[in-house]
Design a protein around this ligand. Structure first.
Ligand code: FAD
Ligand code: UQ1
Length: 442
């Protein structure tokens, strides 16, 4: 059900009247206006722009994003394991954004939601009737003391950034003996399974390359659990135990000393207690936050700095002409591209209704998925909802490591992303799930 508050916000009659004040034409290089502005041309922004530029026509939709490249980030797990290259994972932004949308290749530096405009780093004011915020999540590597310097040294890597992902496989190849350390930070992150996926891949690599008996594999996580959903956590404990991987819970990486090749962790339950471990290889998942530009706009965000939307309709809680999608929102589900796919169907239906002066009806169930790659040919396909209940597509035990799921992740998902999702044609596996369960599934 849509909450009472959501329904109340959406009676968009008054909204449409006031928004008509926003000029619809382009009014000069430093001041442009669009029916719909999409901030961020990543997974959620690109899908949204494709759908609405096709619906509204040329010149009505703008995407603002400064990036030259659009990356399919889920592939970086495979890049880290040497199964794909960084080049395989990216396409020029100009090739993926829809032709009917204007691409403003700039960074948004501030929001002015009371006046329906955003400002770019070139000082341009871009007015909108409707706004979709799809900024993703910010990586904060610099918050870990010594880490930026450590990235300059061998063996320190991170699948989370195109700058450091190539170093992961290099680190595996140069590994001789010692500790291979994998971290999970003390903040919400995107794809909460990725910090351990690369650990399982690394374990298999070291085993099949004759180095496993000289390697000690350590997982340091800030969380009190190995994974947030019990069904998959139970399966992952089996994997780490069978493969002799040490798991250290409630341990947060606070400092790296590249000269002595040491990583320092704080015990989050006893904050005065620190543990130092020498590393031969260190894979870091950085602390993350809502992007600064969003956090700085108090009217748009919740206490944690994320875009404050109705978790069911994805409409902003205070500005009915603003919607959010993806990692930058405060929707309480695990931040993944699969979640973005599930949100996208809801967003395009609800925003279309608001554009027609109607009340949003479509409800997001919190669907998200994390293909937990456990090596070079196996994967546990975790799928669950906002309440942490499994919401699985296939009528089989998805907590089991399977080759079929690995092939889906490696060979099918990329095309589904580039051709389906970015063209606004993939809303997640809801209908596949219903078909697979003969209609007996949500
Ligand atoms: P993004 O796709 O990150 O896009 C944000 C866009 O905003 C970017 O293009 C950026 O340039 C732009 N931007 C940022 N700041 C500004 C600004 N100031 N002005 C204008 N534009 C700006 N998900 C899965 O479903 N399955 C997986 O297996 C999976 N594995 C992953 C593995 C790794 C290693 C990583 C890093 C991620 C993984 N994900 C996975 C997560 C998935 O990639 C993200 O959740 C998804 O891309 C989020 O989409 P988004 O549109 O919210 O943000
Ligand atoms: C998915 O929809 C998606 O978005 C495109 C992903 O991101 C790459 C995924 O990893 C997964 C698993 C899904 C869900 C799709 C199916 C068919 C289960």
């Amino acid at each position: 059900m849509i909450s009472q508050r959501g329904v109340h916000l959406l009676t968009a009659h008054g909204l449409r009247g006031s928004l008509q004040k926003a000029a619809l034409s382009t009014t000069g290089a430093n001041h442009k206006s669009y029916k719909l502005v999409v901030v961020g041309g990543g997974a959620g922004g690109c899908a949204t722009a494709a759908k609405f530029s096709s619906k509204l026509g040329k010149g009505q939709v703008a995407v603002i994003d400064p990036a030259n490249m659009h990356y399919y980030q889920p592939m970086w797990t495979l890049v880290g394991g040497g199964m794909k290259t960084l080049e395989d994972s990216g396409k020029p932004m100009s090739e993926v954004l829809p032709r009917k949308a204007d691409w403003i290749k700039r960074k948004v530096v501030s929001f002015d939601p009371h006046n329906n405009k955003v400002i770019t780093d070139k000082g341009q004011e871009i007015n909108y009737e409707y706004l979709v915020v799809a900024l993703g999540i910010q990586l904060n590597y610099e918050q870990i003391e010594g880490l930026p310097e450590a990235f300059e040294t061998p063996g320190v890597c991170s699948n989370y950034s195109p700058m450091y992902v190539k170093k992961t496989f290099k680190s595996l190849k140069r590994f001789k003996e010692g500790n291979a350390v994998f971290t999970f930070p003390n903040t919400p992150i995107k794809c909460a399974g990725a910090p351990q996926k690369i650990m399982y891949i690394s374990e298999e690599y070291l085993r099949t390359h004759g180095k496993r008996d000289k390697a000690n594999i350590e997982y340091f996580t800030s969380l009190p659990v190995i994974f947030g959903i019990k069904k998959y956590a139970d399966a992952l404990w089996k994997v780490v135990n069978e493969r002799n991987i040490n798991v250290n819970l409630r341990q947060n990486l606070v400092e790296v000393k590249p000269d002595s090749r040491e990583a320092i962790f704080q015990n989050l339950d006893k904050p005065d207690e620190f543990k130092t471990i020498k590393y031969e290889m260190l894979h870091v998942t950085p602390p993350m936050s809502s992007p600064d530009v969003l956090r700085n706009c108090a009217a748009l965000v919740d206490g944690a700095g994320y875009l404050k939307v109705n978790k069911e309709t994805l409409q902003h809680e205070s500005f009915p002409n603003i919607f959010g999608i993806g990692d930058c929102t405060n929707v309480p589900t695990s931040k993944t591209a699969a979640a973005v796919a599930g949100q996208f169907g809801v967003l395009h239906r609800n925003l279309s209704m608001v554009m027609e002066g109607k009340t949003p009806q479509s409800v997001y169930d919190g669907y998200t998925s994390c293909p937990l790659v456990t090596g070079y040919s196996t994967c546990i396909l975790a799928e669950f909802d906002m309440n942490g209940n499994p919401l699985e597509t296939f009528p089989l035990d998805q907590a089991k490591e399977r080759r079929t799921m690995f092939h889906m992740k490696r060979d099918i998902m990329p095309s589904m992303y580039w051709m389906g999702m970015l063209n606004g044609l993939w809303e997640g596996p809801k209908y596949v799930r219903k078909a697979m369960h003969l209609g007996f599934s949500r």
